[in-house]
Design a protein around this ligand. Structure first.
Ligand SMILES: [Cu+2]
Length: 123
């Protein structure tokens, strides 16, 4: 009987992992069309995905003078807001970019869903 159970477990495992790959299947194929804008700035692009009502990653460490781009991958509207910037409402697929010229830690949240929080650490 043991020999029968193992293959069944293997099939069940494959099904579970198959389901998971559906979940993570939509990798951020965000087109980086920021090329050619400012040649002076370092080419560091810091991308934050808004997905499943969360900022991913929630904490991002960046270099002073670089930009951060948030992209809303949810169907729901989100609005990134901090003491120094406000994206306005972002629909699905829309992005917002902010430049950080000061060193420090900047907390932000979603103006529509206050439980969504994140921070940018500028070094
Ligand atoms: Cu939100």
């Amino acid at each position: 009987m043991r020999k029968v159970i193992l293959p069944i477990l293997a099939v069940a495992g494959a099904l579970i992992f198959g389901g998971c790959s559906l979940y993570g299947g939509s990798q951020n194929s965000a087109p980086s069309n920021s090329a050619g804008s400012a040649a002076v700035s370092p080419s560091t692009s810091n991308a934050i995905s808004i997905q499943n009502f969360a900022f991913n990653p929630a904490a991002t460490t960046i270099k002073k003078g670089t930009t951060v781009t948030w992209t809303n991958n949810d169907s729901a509207l989100h609005q990134i807001k901090s003491a120094t910037f406000n994206s306005g409402q972002l629909g699905k697929g829309q992005s917002f970019t902010a430049t950080f010229n000061d060193v420090g830690t900047f907390d932000y949240s979603c103006a529509i869903h206050p439980s969504m929080t994140g921070k940018i650490i500028v070094e």
